[in-house]
Design a protein around this ligand. Structure first.
Ligand code: CAA
Length: 274
C-alpha cells in the first residue's frame, strides 16, 4: 500500500514509522522543512531502538520506505492519505480540502484528529464516504490501540477497510460508531487530566503523579503524561471539545503554554526536562 502522511509532528512522524515498519511505502509532508528533518531523525532513532531489541532487522530497509513529499499534491495516487496536522479545526479543514482534491477516486482519506467529530471534518472532503477517523496514540510505535471512527457520511465498506488496515499494522482497532467530540479515549483521559488538575494546590504534581503511578498502576504519572503528549496539544483538544459543549480544561496548562512550556518537546512543562 502507498500511504501519504500530512504533518510531520510527533504524531505524523510516529504514524509514518508504523506504516513503514509494516512494509508500506510512505510519503510524508510538512510545510515546515525543519519539522521534516526532525521527524526523520526521530524515526531513525526509534527504528534503531527497535533493532537493538531484535524487533527490526534492518534500519536502512525501513528508512528506505519513507520519502519526503514536495507538496500536498504528491499524495495523488496514494491508497491511504492520513492527515496528522495540528489539532485545529481550520488547519485540518484546509489540509483535508487540498488533499481530497488531489486524491484519486480510490483513495481512503483519514484524519488522526484526537477530538473533532469526523462528520464535521468530512464537509471539507471531496469523497466523504471514503473519509474516516484513524486516531493513533503517542508514541504510535509502542501504543497498540487505534480508534477508527465512523462519521455520518463514512461508507461502511471504507470503515471496515480502515479497521482492516489498522489490524494489518499489528495494532488493535477500536471501532467508534458514535462520532462525538473526543471519541472514546480522550473523553475518559481528559476527565482524568481534569480531575488531577483540580487537585493542584492541595497536592503537588509529584504527589499526584506518585499516586497515579504507584497506587493506580498507570504507566506514567498524569502530569508526566501531559508533558509527554504535549501541553499545546492538550490545550487545543480542550478548546476544540469546549467549542462543542464539553468543558474539560486544565487552567494551569494554558498558563504553561503561554510561557512557552509545552512539555518534553520544549524542555519544560509541569516538569523540567532540560
Ligand atoms: N520508539 C522506540 N522505542 C521507544 C520509544 C519509541 N518511540 N519510546 C520509548 N522507547 C523505548 C525507550 O527508549 C526504552 O528503551 P530502553 O529499554 O532501551 O531504555 C523503552 O522503550 C521503554 O521506555 P521507558 O523506559 O520510557 O518505559 P515505559 O515502560 O514507561 O514505556 C511508554 C514507555 C510505552 C510510553 C509507557 O510509559 C506508556 O504507555 N505511557 C503512557 C502513554 C500513553 O498513555 N499515551 C497516550 C497519550 S494520549 C494520546 O496520545 C492521544 C491524544 O489524542 C492526546
Amino acid at each position: 500500500m502507498k500511504v501519504g502522511v500530512l504533518g510531520a509532528g510527533q504524531m505524523g512522524s510516529g504514524i509514518a514509522e508504523v506504516f513503514a515498519l509494516a512494509g508500506h511505502r510512505v510519503g510524508i509532508f510538512d510545510v515546515d522543512k525543519s519539522q521534516i528533518e526532525k521527524a526523520l531523525r526521530n524515526i531513525r532513532w526509534s527504528v534503531e531502538k527497535l533493532t537493538e531489541k531484535g524487533k527490526v532487522k534492518d534500519v536502512e530497509e525501513v528508512m528506505s520506505r519513507i520519502e519526503v513529499l514536495p507538496g500536498v499534491e504528491a499524495v495523488r495516487g496514494d491508497d491511504l492519505i492520513l492527515e496528522a496536522v495540528f489539532e485545529d479545526f481550520n488547519v485540518k479543514i484546509d489540509v483535508l480540502r487540498k488533499a481530497s482534491e488531489e486524491a484519486n477516486d480510490e483513495s481512503i482519506i483519514a484524519s488522526n484528529t484526537s477530538s473533532i467529530p469526523i462528520t464535521e471534518l468530512s464537509r471539507a472532503v471531496r469523497m466523504p464516504a471514503r473519509f474516516v477517523g484513524m486516531h493513533f496514540f503517542n508514541p504510535p510505535v509502542l501504543m497498540p490501540l487505534v480508534e477508527v471512527i465512523r462519521g455520518d457520511n463514512t461508507g461502511p465498506i471504507y470503515f471496515n477497510r480502515a479497521i482492516d488496515i489498522v489490524r494489518g499494522l499489528g495494532k488493535t482497532p477500536l471501532p467508534v460508531r458514535k462520532d462525538v467530540p473526543g471519541f472514546v479515549v480522550n473523553r475518559i483521559l481528559f476527565r482524568i487530566f481534569n480531575a488531577a488538575c483540580g487537585l493542584l494546590g492541595k497536592y503537588t504534581v509529584e504527589q499526584i503523579d506518585s499516586v497515579a503511578y504507584y497506587e493506580l498502576g498507570f504507566p506514567m504519572g498524569i502530569f508526566m503524561l501531559l508533558d509527554y503528549t504535549g501541553l499545546d496539544l492538550n490545550l487545543s483538544i480542550s478548546k476544540e471539545v469546549a467549542k462543542r459543549g464539553l468543558r474539560l480544561e486544565c487552567p494551569p496548562v494554558e498558563t504553561l503554554v503561554k510561557e512557552g512550556k509545552k512539555g518534553t518537546k520544549s524542555g519544560a512543562g509541569f516538569y523540567n526536562w532540560a
